[in-house]
Write a protein that binds this ligand. Structure first.
Ligand SMILES: [Ca+2]
Ligand SMILES: [Ca+2]
Ligand SMILES: [Ca+2]
Ligand SMILES: [Ca+2]
Length: 169
């Protein structure tokens, strides 16, 4: 009888793409939120071993947002600058998670962040100055002038204002 020993070496194959889970998404976020406000928490999991399971994440898309790694495969999406609802009321970014296998596998998730309105614009009159002629026999309280102001915020603006004739002594 002879004896043979067989050593089996199991080599991990990169057969799992990183899996992105959105744990929380704070949307809408007020437009006056300071830079660094956390808007989403993500978890990224890749069960492969070694470099096949080492994942890096990035954001693609034009938005004042950035992604920050925190502990244990968690990531935070934070605001990286000022938000302005009057310029962009919604931001769409794609989170891309890629492992370091050869070839690398990757997956992506889209995040849609809505920006909610804050009353941060004063109403602006359409004209810099208004003038009107008033006849001396005009009835008291008659319409003298119609002025209009616009407000960039979502709340109803001042709209049209009526200026009645001032009461003369
Ligand atoms: Ca993998
Ligand atoms: Ca604004
Ligand atoms: Ca306003
Ligand atoms: Ca606003």
């Amino acid at each position: 009888l002879s004896e043979a020993r067989v050593w089996l070496l199991l080599v991990d194959v990169n057969d799992n793409a990183p899996e992105i889970t959105i744990l929380s998404l704070s949307s809408p976020v007020p437009e006056d939120s300071p830079a660094g406000t956390v808007v989403a928490l993500l978890n990224v999991n890749d069960p492969d071993s070694g470099e096949n399971g080492q994942v890096s994440c990035e954001l693609s898309g034009e938005a004042p947002l950035s992604i920050v790694a925190s502990s244990g495969g968690s990531y935070k999406v934070v605001t990286s600058g000022a938000l302005d609802r009057e310029q962009a009321s919604e931001h769409r970014v794609t989170v891309v998670a890629r492992d370091r296998g050869r070839p690398a596998l990757w997956s992506s998730r889209e995040l849609v962040l809505e920006v909610s309105d804050v009353n941060d614009n004063a109403p602006v009159f359409e004209e810099a100055a208004y003038s009107a002629y008033v006849a001396e026999n005009n009835a008291a309280g008659a319409l003298v002038l119609r002025v209009q102001a616009r407000d960039a915020d979502a709340q109803p603006g001042m709209g049209t204002g009526l200026i009645p004739e001032p009461r003369l002594p």
